[in-house]
Design a protein around this ligand. Sequence first.
Ligand code: SF4
Length: 469
Amino acid sequence: MQIPNYEKARRRSHEEVLVRDFEMNANYSKLGLNKKYYLKTYGCQMNEHDSENIKGMLDKMSFKETLDMKDADVILLNTCSIRENAHNKAFGMLGRIKHLKNEKKDLIVGLCGCMAQEVGVVEEILKKYKFVNFVFGTHNLDDLPKLLANSFKDSKLNVEVYSMEGDIVENMPVTRVSKYKAYVNIIYGCDKFCTYCIVPYTRGKQRSRHKEDIIKEVKELVRDGYQEVTLLGQNVNAYGKDLYDDYELADLLVDVAKTNIPRIRFLTSHPWDFSEKLIEVIKNYDNILNFVHLPVQSGSNRILKLMGRRYTRESYKELYDKLRSIPNISITTDIIVGFPGETEEDFNDTLDLVNYCKYDSAFTFIYSPRENTPASRLEDKVPLEEKEQRLYKLNELINKYSKESNLKMVGNTYLVLCEGYSTKEGMLFGYTETNKLVNFKGSIDAIGKIVKVKILDAKSFSLDGEIVE
Ligand code: SF4
């Protein structure tokens, strides 16, 4: 049994990051024959991509996926701890699984992801959810085959969660959700320690993958016909700082652009590390898309300081203006309302910044205290009702600017990567280079291709259009 420890999770040393290859005991390759798994994923793109690796490992063990939980022999929850909501959903799910397990005694249940790295979560599982078979963390995803094999032999709860700076595991099996667009991790962990954020504790130290491994992965995706890659990390702009003297995200993007993959995105950016060189590279390469997600979190300097964000509203605006100089760029953001001690004046500063930036869209949240983070120890006197009102007001403003930005596109034609059938009947869907969702009429031959779509109508969150020749 190995349970998480925040002191170890906080540690940042200069020790070299160990890069190792994925290995699986050959005896496990038939373990899943005639067995089905159900995998539920919560949270961000990093988690979604981890789930693609989990599926890859399960496929290698001959399991088949089922979308019906009741039909499964193995249930896995890949959890998120960024906000209380995701937390509660995962525990709610465990409640439902408990009933299933009462009916099906040999059902295997595993929990992984960021929640598994939380001390409080593991304590609660040990106390109240003993029916769970195993818990493993973000640092030992590749232990899944071994843990699963052990669970078939011994039903006792096994917790294997390491709090550490972290290694890098290359050549993980992967079963990608899409045949056209792919996530590629370029950096793991985070060293920023924003005061509200649990990620530096759950995902370990900032550690970049070697550029050769990334380029090799992208070249394989090009060979397999992929149209788009998203280079992923908690803070991609820090790429290379822990590994190279003179090679940063801008250089990596140039090398990825040279593979001739038609579309390249990168997520998520921290304004602190956003270099001038990067802006130039976005301008100069057509296949590096004109889309930047630039979380601001607050428009108040006082709150930004309490959040430990390392920039001011003035320096953010300066960077924002430089980015807006890139023709046709789309910029989105994340904003937290109701951070402990946020006054009406602080909130008005946020509204003022939104009025300045006129974002293409934004993810907005009410502050949610996370276990063991410095912000969770701050006094928070703002009532929930007040926070909800602020969120409502902010969303109204964000939606207004999203709609305005979308309306400007009506009548024009854009390149869209068609991903499949839309939820709107008789329509296809895809995203523009600037990451706008478009539902459009067209032939199914378009699926998997980059097509020209004329925009006919705009809403706050999507566009409607039709394919043109
Ligand atoms: S940069 Fe992002 S992931 Fe890192 S601590 Fe700050 S909010 Fe969390």
